[in-house]
Design a protein around this ligand. Structure first.
Ligand code: BEZ
Length: 262
């Protein structure tokens, strides 16, 4: 994600192919939040952070009219290639305006990429994008998400004179539901839960850091990067790697909520 308007750090440039090949769990786990959305035929639904379009396409399969937005041009291009019939566009959720409001807004694994200080803009524009009574169904990283990974990266970098700067926003229920309410949403349910997430293969954590770790490892010069990644992996191996199954199990925690526009 590199454009100036992007709601995520400029250092994160998404590789849509790697995202699909190695990180398919992002939309696979999104399946159950889609059940919570329960799209109905004929509904107009906005998918915020549609990525390469997998969940957007599933929403469309329910007979809903869906429009996907994503801050990343690479992701939108990937969605267009895989699902040419889908309606998607590159757009910034903080400033998104619609001509005809939607019946529901859906978002999976996106909102945590938007810095804390920008969430009021996002919630204001998503509230404006909904009809009265429309629902906002979302899942994002919640308090404590990837804490062990952040701690390991912080310690590894400190040992070599660098600092990790995680930019994600992982709120808890008590923090986020008042923000929803302040923008005219009635929170109907909110749950914070551990969702250990499997990263396949002996290099699973290395791939994860390669895909998502720019804000953690950004200070490390290219010449030291693979040693730093190996150092982070070494710190996490005992806790997170299961050699019998050849998977890393990352310490994901999710905040999932349904809120209705009053
Ligand atoms: C998440 O989905 O929780 C996540 C993904 C990448 C980086 C940080 C968190």
């Amino acid at each position: 994600m590199t454009d100036d308007d992007s709601a995520v750090p400029e250092t994160d440039e998404w590789d849509a192919d790697a995202y699909d090949d190695q990180h398919s769990y992002v939309h696979q786990y999104g399946g159950s939040v889609l059940e919570l959305l329960d799209p109905e035929p004929g509904e107009r639904i906005l998918d915020v952070g549609c990525g390469t379009g997998h969940l957007t396409a599933e929403i469309a399969e329910h007979g809903a009219t869906v429009h996907g937005i994503d801050a990343s041009a690479e992701m939108i291009q990937g969605a267009r290639e895989q699902y040419p019939a889908l309606s998607v566009e590159q757009a910034d959720a903080r400033r998104f305006e619609v001509e005809e409001p939607f019946d529901a807004v859906f978002s999976n694994a996106t909102l945590h990429w938007i810095p804390d200080e920008d969430h009021d803009d996002v919630l204001a524009s998503l509230s404006d994008a909904l009809v009265p009574g429309g629902r906002f169904v979302a899942e994002m990283g919640g308090t404590g998400n990837v804490e062990a990974i952040v701690e390991a990266a912080t310690a590894e970098l400190a040992e070599h004179g660098y600092e990790a700067h995680p930019l994600w926003y992982f709120p808890g229920i008590h923090e986020y539901t008042p923000r929803l309410a302040a923008h005219g949403f009635e929170p109907r349910c909110a749950v914070l839960f551990d969702r250990p997430t499997e990263l396949d293969g002996a290099e699973g954590i290395h791939d994860w850091l390669g895909m998502f770790g720019d804000s953690l490892l950004g200070e490390v010069p290219d010449s030291e990067l693979s040693a730093a990644v190996e150092g982070v992996a070494d710190r996490l191996r005992e806790e997170m790697y299961d050699p019998d199954r050849d998977v890393w199990v990352a310490d994901y925690r999710r905040l999932r909520f349904v809120a209705v526009k009053e």
